[in-house]
Design a protein around this ligand. Sequence first.
Ligand code: COI
Length: 357
Amino acid sequence: MAQKAMRDIEITRATTTKLNDFSIEQFTFGKHYTDHMLEADYIDGEWTNVSIKPYQPISISPACSAIHYGQSIFEGIKAYRDKQSGKIRIFRPYDNYKRFNISAHRMQMPEVPEDLFIEGMRQLIALDEAWVPSVHDYSLYIRPFMFATDGYIGVKPSTTYKFLIILSPTGPYYSHPMRIFVEEKYVRAVEGGVGFAKNAGNYGAAMFPTAEAKKRGYDQVLWTDAKEHKYVQECGTMNVFFVFGNTAVTPGLESGTILEGVTRMSTIQLMKDMGVKVEERDLSIGEIKERHKAGELTEAFGTGTAATVLMIRELADNDDTLLFPEDKWKVGPAVKAKLDAIREGSAADTYNWMVEV
Ligand code: COI
């Protein structure tokens, strides 16, 4: 039975729930979806047909321009169940919202209004509230995305788009610290390109180099800059940090080749609060190797919504293998613990990062 809610979102409830088919703790990333999804259409310059309905396939033209020319963007956000109150809170959705429209602009796609993105997400999560895990390291992964829907294979920006939000309960993205391959042949992004945008093509282009690295036994690649293959960029699906004593270094954003991660900015803030000096600057593989050899580089870790904070245990560059023994890890685990505590409600949310559903 359809009913109207705030913001004219038409809500059609699922008649049954799939939740009972699963034990939530068994969820691995990206495999299972909740009972409902949000869908909206961009037609004639306006967002319309906004609805929350049972999770279901969507119908598109075989000439759908997103499939042919790649106007397709997405975000990754997480919601947690507060340990104290049991309430559901979303981690920094306004920051992801802002980045979503930055991606949209770069890909010549329409902006999604804040109330559709945020309010739509809240209403959707409220409906599927029972799916939010209360187990440590588990959360509800929120995937908003938009793609071009014109059934036209001439190369031009689409005039119509779909915006959807789907939800997937998830545990840790990686279950172990990573072995990383330094990529010095293929590139992820160039200056003037789309590296700062969260468009689908960035991930498609990474598949082949990542598969090659996996064949060699690595979990992910560490991208280097496109001009010289000298400076580190980001790591697979994560931003990357290297810790030298009490200083953490991460590549800066000026080149436009790196995704401005929400977990990255949170990590920078938390490290500063812990008294760790943070440098956002160019960092060469040469410096990493030299300072690792000198015993100054003790930790490396990745940050991302899906991955949260994930330690690197090995970094392979040509014939050199840099090891990062666990007994030296300090800053990465401390940041993860603090971030988890804020998200799960056992530490104060000083920066108002958590948004209640
Ligand atoms: C995220 O961390 O949310 C991502 O989007 C990375 C990946 C799962 C695509």
